[in-house]
Design a protein around this ligand. Sequence first.
Ligand SMILES: CC(C)(COP(=O)(O)OP(=O)(O)OC[C@H]1O[C@@H](n2cnc3c(N)ncnc32)[C@H](O)[C@@H]1OP(=O)(O)O)[C@@H](O)C(=O)NCCC(=O)NCCS
Length: 266
Amino acid sequence: MDFVDAALDSVWPAELRTDRLLLRPVIPEDADLVRELLTDVRVRAYLGGPASHERVASRQAAYPATAGAWAVVRVADDQAVGLASIGPDHRCEGRAEVSFQLLPSAWGHGLGREAVSAIVSWWTAVVPGGGPVVAVTQAANVRSRRLLESVGMVLVDELDEHGARQCLYTRGGDEDDSDLRWVRLIASRRDEVERRRGAQARATAAGRRLPGDLTVLTADELAQLCPARHGGYGRICARAAGHTPDLHLGRAPDGAWIAWLTSRAP
Ligand SMILES: CC(C)(COP(=O)(O)OP(=O)(O)OC[C@H]1O[C@@H](n2cnc3c(N)ncnc32)[C@H](O)[C@@H]1OP(=O)(O)O)[C@@H](O)C(=O)NCCC(=O)NCCS
């Protein structure tokens, strides 16, 4: 279990109150609200379009059983006007993601920002070990981005997902604010991991172009190969001499070509 789930379980069910809203756990009687939100063309404009009948039915069943899923109730007339949730961010273990949607009739009154601000503050101040919180929204979703920026969230990363450019926001604050530092660190590490993964795949592909039996290589060809033993395991590297020091290619015990990475120079 992700520790976001564990943190949520320790405080759920929870109700949040703001000046104009009550956020209460979703109940089966919210089924019409769920259907309206999931099938509204405007609400779904940046969320992949209106959901299918099957998807609506599965969400109607799932929401009341989901820790971190609230109905957003306008206190003045006791109307449920939206849904908001916090839960594990599937992109990164240990990170929470907040999401929100209101019926169009409730837009333009600052209710979305009131709900999101309450959730982020609650998560940060009240939930033990909740970890950093992010929100991801399409770059083209101007209303949503304005909302996030108005509650002090900061754009820290961009990614492509569901066929669209997405902006990743996290809770801002002081320069040494932990969420900001943490999420920026993950973003920079992801670049590094992906660069390395790409390099590893390219090196493995290069290995497949070498003959299975290196002894068929001529002396000249063999002389082109890297003569060093690299890294902590002392594996024999079969790449050309003078290659980038951190990426090596050789044989696994089962004979398959493998590429490996080490920060040690040959
Ligand atoms: C994202 C969404 C909740 C934003 O709704 P919203 O009402 O525009 O957002 P806010 O709560 O920030 O309200 C801001 C608006 O209320 C106005 N407002 C009126 N009274 C206000 C008050 N007391 N306080 C603050 N703003 C107020 C603001 O001027 C602003 O209007 P503007 O957009 O014309 O400038 C809504 O567009 C939505 O549900 N979209 C579909 C779902 C979605 O895309 N979700 C995001 C991905 S998770």
